[in-house]
Design a protein around this ligand. Structure first.
Ligand SMILES: *Cc1c(COP(=O)(O)O)cnc(C)c1O
Length: 404
């Protein structure tokens, strides 16, 4: 919501078309009157909320009732995320990490005796939660091939309650046909949960494509500066009551500084992602032409097997992709990793800095085999100059060749 002067001037401009998502990222979640003219909301630290009268207390009257349930700071972020997710979003929950957003969602939609379908390239801690915690609580999980599409139907049981998808996989980058999977799921009365962290709602409006619950590890691109742990859960009208109840019963909430930083990150999401996209594609193409590289796994490349689905369902690509190197000893790969200066080695991603990690998904797959044909590296392309990044990688490849 935008109140005060800015709204008036936008009306004066005669804007009749709904604003683009990029505009919404700037204008949404800003109640400048309540903020006494300041652009940003205050960081409200609060547990107790006082009621002015006994009558108000008895009636639970008031926009805010208790710190865990929300503050003006959380409301500003939730309003902005609602705008970004689009008209199918009925509510947004905030969680202290991406993993907490996933586990809160699964606990909200499942019960003992239910069956859950999970995509085989899901974020590894999601699998760990299903195989450990959910199994102990009587929920059975079946993993499925990311390329299954409408063939998902054959995995359904009478007690299948939900499906977890993630596209592309955050290491192996297969693209799933989410609308095809969602169409089957809805016929079978199952809920579709999408870990939409790679694309963000700016580049993939999950809730417009049959997804019921769209999750962000906001630790990544929404935060954007590698300085918070944060998760968001956006749900449509069918799923929101289950999510809201789970958040309430589990006591899930996020710290006020992180809420503020997530909102601040959201304001610049579109310019950061545009840069990640452009530099990422530039480097993906450059890497594809390197003699040391067997293949690049990036759905926005025309040659990628998932390209058609990406083009149909997504409006952009971000800065995370993988490469398969031609077969070479691990010590040569390590020489490359040690030689690069601008690419840090570390998990998480989505910040301003470039990163590289070696990975091996074969250890945590069960429905499909991961056989890439050479050592694999995942890159996150940050906001540095691309020519500097290429020069750094040249040095890395020289070290790889020297060690081979
Ligand atoms: C990082 C990540 C998560 C988990 O987020 P945290 O904030 O680190 O808990 C979940 N899903 C994907 C795809 C991720 O990359």
């Amino acid at each position: 919501m935008l109140r005060g002067k800015q709204m008036k001037s936008s009306k004066d401009g005669g804007a009749s078309k709904p604003p683009k998502p990029q505009t919404g990222l700037v204008t949404s979640g800003r109640d400048t009157t309540a903020q006494k003219g300041f652009i940003n909301p205050p960081v409200v630290r609060g547990s107790t909320v006082l009621y002015p009268t006994a009558e108000d207390l008895h009636a639970h009257r008031g926009e805010f009732q208790y710190g865990r349930h929300g503050t003006p700071t959380t409301k500003a972020l939730q309003d902005a995320l609602m705008t970004l997710e689009g008209p199918n979003c009925a509510g947004v929950g905030l969680a202290p990490s991406g993993v907490a957003a996933i586990t809160t969602t699964l606990l909200g939609v499942l019960k003992a005796g239910d069956h859950l379908l999970v995509i085989d390239n899901a974020y590894r801690p999601t699998r760990n939660f299903c195989d450990g915690f959910l199994k102990r609580y009587g929920v059975e999980t079946t993993y499925f091939d990311p390329l299954i599409g409408a063939g998902i139907e054959s995995h359904f049981k009478s007690n299948t309650r939900a499906i977890v998808v993630e596209a592309p996989g955050s290491q192996s980058f297969e693209m799933s046909d989410i609308p095809a999977i969602a169409a089957v799921a809805h016929r079978k009365h199952a809920l579709v949960i999408d870990d939409n962290t790679w694309a963000t709602p700016l580049y993939h409006r999950s809730l417009d494509q049959g997804v019921d619950v769209s999750i962000q590890a906001a630790t990544k691109y929404i935060g954007g500066h590698s300085d918070i742990m944060f998760g968001t859960i956006s749900a449509n009208a069918k799923a929101w009551p289950l999510i809201a109840e789970s958040i309430r019963l589990l006591g899930v909430c996020a710290g006020p500084d992180d809420v503020f930083l997530a909102l601040r990150g959201l304001r610049t999401l579109s310019v950061r992602l545009a840069h990640h996209q452009q530099s990422g594609l530039d480097l993906a193409k450059w890497l594809a032409n390197r003699p040391e590289v067997l293949r690049v796994l990036h759905p926005a490349l025309g040659s990628d097997p998932g390209h058609a689905i990406w083009k149909r369902d997504f409006t952009g690509a971000t800065g995370l992709f993988s490469v398969v190197l031609k077969p070479v000893a691990q010590k040569s790969v390590d020489a490359m990793l040690d030689a690069v200066k601008l690419f840090g080695m570390g998990y998480s991603w989505g910040g301003f800095e470039s990163l590289v990690i070696p990975f091996d998904c074969s250890t945590y797959r069960s429905a499909t085999k991961w056989n890439p044909g050479g050592p694999t590296l995942r890159f996150h392309i940050g906001l540095e100059d691309v020519d500097d990044l290429k020069a750094d990688l040249e040095g890395g490849f020289a070290a790889l060749r020297a060690a081979s």
